[in-house]
Design a protein around this ligand. Structure first.
Ligand code: FAD
Length: 455
């Protein structure tokens, strides 16, 4: 066992979102950190920005960034999205709030966030970032990382290692080849392709920037998030295979043009070069990665390296930032690296499993249910109960996106609340009476205590 003492040197393969935050925080706690990233420095030639352009930042992410003061750099360029803006086939829109008035998730640019975090990390006295340095393997026994650098092979030594090198973590390979390491990788049947929607000819937003736009089409969907330059990044989620609704079918340029126009007419009207973009823009896959244990001796997997999830709850980065928040709050009280990593991972794993499941379930909600009148009615009762019983009743989306309620607890409570609402929806006259406070509270107590009067 290795005692923890300030001044020790921590290696962090991966200077992305999670690794950079961890490096800054370690420095503030009095440790030294060396971050290794295969990419070029943000803003320099060769910097690869191939992954999605903007991300939804919500409470958990803001909280972690706020703890080390980074939120002040992000706040001015984060665009609030207070609800879903759902587009039907005729281009009519409906606004569905995410929570109470004033509650919002925020569209932030991935590259901006990465740049700010990298700059903040570089400015820390205890942190060094080595760019164009690809970590290739790890010696867990000797707590060493081997890397390819522009100058050739190099071996880095640390007192502990936090591997933050993303979903396809090279560091995890060493864990995978060791005994009793569980690992699963599940690709969903859908991929995604991004489109860019420019501002209008007069330089204005092409759509309302105050929400996350969704075109739900049952088995597939498009979404759009606003960017500070008044453009939108739109993402099409569609099955890989199939003869009609699939990326395979869209390989035929003529079919792609017709299909996009048929399914997203108002989107196509705002993106004149949509067919060209469909032909050129890359299609990427979506994966859930689960593994355990995340710790071996003085090494720990963190962020996507430990738990990559599909993006439908907008929580992957938020969960990774929360990992760092929790770990760094445990660190000052911990005695050994081995003990810290084990305690953190065991406590955290049920929550990252829960958000992985929630993210998969939310895909069905986004692409299908948001256009279903019964589902919308369920949401109205949910919101009504939350307003009447604020201490007791918190909608699932609110718990996940606007609180730090552990994901597993949020999910369990959310399932129970949904069960109760469904039983209320079976009561006679519910459509007319749910807005009467006394009736709704009485209905809740009746369904909770099993005295349900069904139609
Ligand atoms: C389409 C899409 C949309 C998403 N939307 C959201 C959203 O709205 N909200 C949200 O919270 N999350 C979202 N996510 C998830 C989010 O992108 C990830 O959870 C987040 O980026 C994880 O951060 P990370 O630092 O763990 O990994 P990454 O961001 O992947 O960073 C890993 C870093 O490690 C470096 N690296 C990789 N391999 C090596 C190596 N061998 N050696 C050295 N360096 C290496 C990489 O260059 C990178 O800098 C989305 C994901 C996708 C795919």
């Amino acid at each position: 066992m290795t005692p923890i003492s300030p001044g020790q040197h921590i290696l962090i393969p991966g200077a992305g979102l999670v690794g950079s935050l961890a490096g800054i925080w370690l420095s503030k706690l009095g440790f030294r950190a060396t971050l290794l990233d295969k990419r070029s420095k943000p803003g320099t030639p060769g910097y690869d920005q191939s992954r999605s352009i903007n991300l939804a930042l919500s409470h958990r992410g803001w909280k972690a960034l706020g703890e080390i003061g980074v939120h002040v750099d992000i706040g001015p360029v984060a665009l609030p999205m207070e609800g879903r803006i759902v587009h039907d086939m005729e281009g009519r829109t409906q606004f569905q709030p995410y929570g109470r008035a004033g509650q919002a998730i925020y569209s932030v640019s991935r590259s901006n966030l990465n740049r700010v975090l990298n700059e903040r990390a570089s400015a820390e006295p205890g942190v060094e970032i080595h760019y164009r340095t690809r970590a290739t393997s790890i010696d867990i026994e000797r707590h060493q990382v081997f890397a390819e650098t522009p100058e050739g092979q190099r071996t880095y030594h640390g007192d502990a290692i936090l591997s933050c090198d993303g979903a396809f973590s090279a560091m995890r390979q060493a864990f995978q080849t060791s005994d009793r390491f569980d690992f699963s990788q599940d690709y969903i049947a859908h991929g995604y392709q991004e489109f860019h929607m420019e501002p209008t000819a007069t330089g204005d937003w092409a759509m309302d920037p105050n929400g996350l736009h969704i075109w739900p089409r049952k088995s597939f969907m498009m979404i759009a998030l606003p960017n500070p330059d008044k453009s939108f990044t739109c993402t099409l989620f569609l099955g890989w295979e199939g003869s009609e609704d699939s990326f395979a079918a869209l390989k035929d340029a003529g079919y792609a043009r017709m299909w996009l126009q048929d399914n997203f007419p108002d989107f196509c009207a705002r993106v004149p070069d949509f067919a060209e973009q469909a032909r050129k823009n890359v299609v990427s896959s979506l994966v859930t990665i689960r593994c355990f244990p995340w710790y071996k001796q003085r090494s720990l997997l963190l962020g996507d390296a430990a738990h990559a999830i599909v993006p439908f709850y907008g929580q992957g980065m938020n969960a990774g930032f929360e990992d760092v928040d929790i770990l760094m709050h445990m660190l000052p009280k911990a005695k050994t690296w081995e003990g810290l990593f084990m305690d953190f991972a065991k406590a955290r794993k049920p929550d990252t499993d829960a958000i992985a499941d929630l993210a998969l379930a939310n895909f069905v909600e986004m692409r299908d249910k948001v256009a279903d009148p019964l589902f919308l009615f369920q949401k109205k009762i949910d919101a009504r109960l939350a307003a009447l019983l604020p201490e007791r009743w918190v909608p699932l989306y609110t718990m996940v996106s606007f609180t730090s309620t552990p994901y597993s607890e949020a999910w369990a409570r959310g399932r129970e609340q949904e069960r109760l609402i469904r039983r209320i929806m079976d009561l006679p006259g519910v459509e007319e009476r749910y807005l009467q406070d006394d009736w709704l509270l009485d209905a809740l107590s009746r369904v909770e205590f099993g005295m349900v009067v069904t139609r």
